[in-house]
Design a protein around this ligand. Structure first.
Ligand code: 5GP
Length: 206
């Protein structure tokens, strides 16, 4: 695991074309990690306490969960609409996860970065790998559970998925945990507010 090295502050005006360790490395931050590790909670914490952090709103074919609002957590679309967006190259990355499709709309992220402003993506592993291919200068942050047992407890405890969905998510989580070494930095999600603060500090380069 690499250490939490300092990157550049929010105000830097460099673009996103430099090499991985170049001056623009902090522009785009990609948060990934296994399902159930609490990426959504960390992002919700950032929304509450750091409203100035710009978060990409993904498009998904998954149905909204109770409490989710279209346009806030996700843009909820049909399979047809999602396929159309793929065909029109509207996504920076997209992936299938547990039977649903997810994608990051390209234009808003590009606009944000073109303005010299930092952006945060919260996506699963396949998507993070795609972003590494096209934007290797981004900062890739792995959110890790304190232990595997804790991750299983969180996945099962959420209780919003069917048994079959949960099994698929656990299998995917096993594969995702093994990918930690592909990331620049690991943040352990022992407490949500601490993980959120660490992530914001990484975006700021402190
Ligand atoms: P959930 O259905 O629990 O909200 O999300 C399932 C998984 O999809 C999570 O690991 C989440 O990080 C990931 N995800 C959310 N949005 C995107 C996206 O735009 N692209 C990709 N590749 N994964 C996403």
């Amino acid at each position: 695991m690499r250490s939490m090295v300092a990157e550049l502050p929010f105000g830097n005006s460099a673009g996103v074309t430099a090499g991985h360790s170049g001056p623009s490395a902090a522009r785009l931050t990609v948060l990934s990690g296994p399902s159930g590790v609490g990426k959504g909670s960390v992002v919700a914490e950032i929304r509450r306490h750091h409203p100035s952090v710009w978060l990409s709103v993904s498009v998904t074919t998954r149905k909204p969960r109770p409490g989710e609002t279209d346009g806030v957590e996700y843009h909820f679309v049909s399979e047809e609409e999602f396929s159309r967006m793929v065909a029109e190259n509207k996504f920076l990355e997209h992936a299938e996860f547990a039977g649903n499709h997810y994608g990051t709309p390209r234009q808003p992220v590009e606009d944000q970065l073109a303005a010299g402003l930092p952006a945060l993506l919260e996506i699963e592993l396949q998507g993070a790998r795609q972003v590494r291919e096209t934007m290797p200068e981004a900062q890739f942050v792995f959110l890790a559970p304190p232990t595997w047992e804790e991750l299983v407890r969180r996945l099962v405890g959420r209780g919003t998925e069917t048994e079959e969905e949960r099994e698929r998510r656990l299998e995917t989580a096993r594969e995702e945990l093994a990918a930690e070494s592909e990331f620049d930095v690991t943040v352990e999600n022992t407490e949500v507010h601490l993980a959120a603060e660490q992530l914001v500090a990484l975006m700021k380069g402190s």
